[in-house]
Design a protein around this ligand. Structure first.
Ligand code: RUQ
Ligand code: CUA
Length: 672
């Protein structure tokens, strides 16, 4: 729809603007305009054919030059392997955090030793992976609330987790789960960041590097969920202390962490309870048909706290597989830490309410959201109100015994979050809308468990996020939808369209769409928190820090102590960078020498970043103020290779350069 068609007459729009301006807090705002609407403003409204809604949205999202946004949004970059940081309400991109994929802007994975080390930790099945599929960013929690310290990202494609330190917004750790090929569910932290919970996505033999024939899927393939303890002091997931629950080879999907009363429990959706396997050429129906046969799938209900206690007491059987402690299904069932509840088919979100009393499940193929009560689940377990067991011996809690309510919302409910008032918001994939509904109490006296509003979004929204909407205390105010298709929402830029974020104001009685923000890389989920929660460094606190350990680098170089040290075929270059020179600025080596560059940016000024680009060697570094960056390479071809600063750092930036010369091996041999 052309928005010009909804443009109002100048007078109406102008009147509305005055009204909207009058809403700006602080008295006497209109006085600045001489008590009325300046002619210039009227002209803009007319020339741009803005409607009253447009004017209001513009006023609500405008962040004047030099002012800051109120919230930070961390959106997954999907197959771009990164996390994008946007300001809310302006929806401007502020930073790209490279996690699993290379990024030459921040010199990530473009030759430096630190990211080589990180990428090596993240090898999958013995092979370097230079990209990832980031689905679910998660902020570290203290007492169930964001604490602004760490950010986690999962890589669905390779079953990996990345940890980002929010002091400098950089990736500090990548871990690979050796048991599973892919991950998806959980991807969240427990209430005090005790564990990062990582569930498998697609069933695989355990470990996935052990081949097993597909016709033995039920027997030899498994699902799982791994609990990774988080060592906050070190800022690291501790691979040596994980425990994993073996699960049936259903596809584990999203998970909700228990909160408050339900702390200690995790709820994980599954789909493909049919345990179908692909075989299109063998005449099998497509997976989408095979895996949607049953009316119900199962949600796993897991008492991880009890598992932790029993493990500590040595009272739980574990098998060690690929160095990981794996609790077999039978042992988990016997210990009373694993149950199933039937849930409407093809579920996606399992979202625990802020008070922890309910788990809301959205099944893409069911028009309802289903609300399970944690208290009823507990009672059903205590009373053994089971409907037999699944094929793997896991007790099935009776659906009716656990369900609190079902709310009919429409087509394709996917994911639910909560605001600060007591409303729930569910993204509707097929209907392309956000539907708002009441929990067990209508905040404005509405009926409980009732849909109160539906707002169209554009288009095919996957997840949504409310500021703090997955914590015990949501901030509310803004909601962002993460739309899969953008169709006509952005200027055409070729068949590959951007994805689209939409900012929605949820502070009033009704939802208001404020802005579109096309992004690159598929946003699966995002988290949003007040900007003031984060206290990132402006420069590194010390000169000569290693970017991975954040400790003084053994190769840090002070000004005046720059040098080139030859040790056989190894040439160590201790270099400084400062506006606007590299010292040394000439490196003469011979073909076959191993060159080790150790470059310290000794500039202390905020934003005085230098780059180091070396021609024909696939190397570009970002030398942030205070960092020492190491690079290692073999001078394997003779020639003359300029290096230069790739950040425009000063008026004499163009002069910030030098040469690497590589003499032919033979000629050099003569020179000794
Ligand atoms: S996911 S929408 Cu991991 Cu729901 Cu993609
Ligand atoms: Cu240093 Cu440009």
């Amino acid at each position: 729809m052309n928005k010009n068609t909804k443009a109002l007459s100048l007078t109406a729009a102008a009147a509305l603007t005055v009204f909207a301006l009058a809403q700006v807090p602080g008295k006497g705002v209109l006085a600045q305009f001489g008590g009325g609407l300046p002619a210039g403003l009227e002209a803009v409204i007319k020339a741009r054919e803005l409607s009253p809604d447009d004017v209001e949205a513009a006023l609500k999202t405008y962040v004047p030059p030099g002012s800051y946004d109120e919230f930070l949004l961390f959106a997954s970059g999907g197959q771009a392997g990164n996390i994008e940081v946007l300001g809310v309400p302006s929806m401007r991109l502020i930073k790209n955090i490279a996690v699993f994929s290379k990024d030459s802007w921040q010199g990530y994975g473009i030759g430096d030793d630190d990211s080589k080390r990180l990428f090596k930790q993240g090898m999958a099945a013995g092979k370097l992976q230079e990209w990832g599929d980031v689905h679910h960013p998660a902020l570290s929690l203290t007492n169930g609330q964001y604490d602004g310290q760490f950010l986690f990202a999962n890589d669905k494609a390779n079953g990996r987790i990345g940890v980002v330190d929010l002091r400098d917004f950089k990736t500090r750790q990548i871990v690979k789960n050796p048991l599973i090929a892919t991950n998806h569910c959980g991807a969240k932290l427990t209430e005090n960041s005790e564990y990062y919970v990582e569930g498998a996505q697609f069933g695989n033999p355990m470990p996935f590097t052990n081949y097993a024939p597909m016709d033995k899927y039920k027997e030899l393939y498994r699902g799982s969920v791994t609990f990774w303890p988080f060592n906050r002091a070190q800022g690291k997931l501790d691979q040596t202390k994980t425990f994993t629950l073996e699960l049936p080879p259903y596809y584990q999907d999203l998970g909700g962490m228990g909160k408050k009363v339900s702390h200690g429990w995790v709820f994980i959706n599954t789909y493909n309870a049919e345990m179908a396997t692909p075989g299109a050429l063998e005449g099998k129906p497509a997976m989408e048909i095979q895996a949607s046969q049953r009316e119900m799938d199962y949600m796993h209900v897991i008492h991880w706290k009890k598992a932790e206690e029993l493990l500590a007491a040595g009272k739980l059987k574990v098998n060690v597989i690929s160095g990981m402690r794996v609790i077999p299904i039978a042992a988990a069932v016997e210990a009373g830490i694993l149950y199933n509840i039937p849930e409407p088919k093809s579920p996606h979100g399992a979202d625990v309410t802020p008070d922890g009393r309910f788990v809301v499940v959205s099944g893409k193929l069911d028009p309802h959201v289903t609300i399970f009560s944690f208290a009823k689940i507990q009672k059903a377990i205590a009373d053994k109100t089971f409907d037999g067991k699944d094929e793997f011996g896991i007790p099935i809690i009776k659906f009716d015994a656990a369900v609190e309510a079902q709310v009919e919302l429409g087509l394709g409910p996917l994911h639910t979050e909560y605001d600060d008032k007591g409303y729930a918001y569910t993204s509707m994939f097929l209907d392309s809308s956000v539907n708002k509904w009441t929990l067990d109490k209508g905040p404005r006296g509405e009926k409980p468990w009732t849909m109160v509003e539906s707002l169209p979004v554009h288009y095919n929204t996957g997840h949504l996020t409310v500021a703090g909407g997955d914590t015990v205390k949501p901030y509310g105010k803004y909601l962002v939808t993460l739309n899969k298709w953008s169709l006509d929402r952005a200027l055409p830029v070729g068949p590959l369209h951007p994805q689209n974020l939409q900012l929605i104001d949820i502070s009033g009685e009704t939802m208001k769409l404020l802005a579109d923000a096309p992004v690159v890389g598929e946003p699966h989920y995002a988290v949003m928190a007040p900007a003031k929660l984060f206290k990132p460094w402006k420069v590194y606190p010390e000169v000569g820090l290693n970017g991975l350990t954040l400790k003084k680098s053994p190769t840090a170089t002070e000004p005046g102590r720059e040098r080139i040290v030859r040790n056989g075929r190894d040439v160590h270059v201790f270099m400084t960078a400062i506006r606007s020179r590299f010292v040394p600025d000439r490196i003469d080596v011979r073909e076959g020498d191993r060159v080790h560059l150790h470059i310290t940016n000794v500039d202390r000024a905020q934003d005085a970043t230098h780059g180091f680009a070396l021609s024909a060697h696939n190397i570009n570094l970002s030398l942030d103020p205070g960092l020492t960056v190491d690079v290692d390479f073999t001078a394997d071809r003779s020639g003359v290779f300029p290096f230069y600063c790739s950040e425009f750092c000063s008026a004499l930036h163009m002069e910030m350069m030098g040469y690497l010369t590589v003499a032919k091996a033979k000629a050099a041999g003569a020179g000794g």
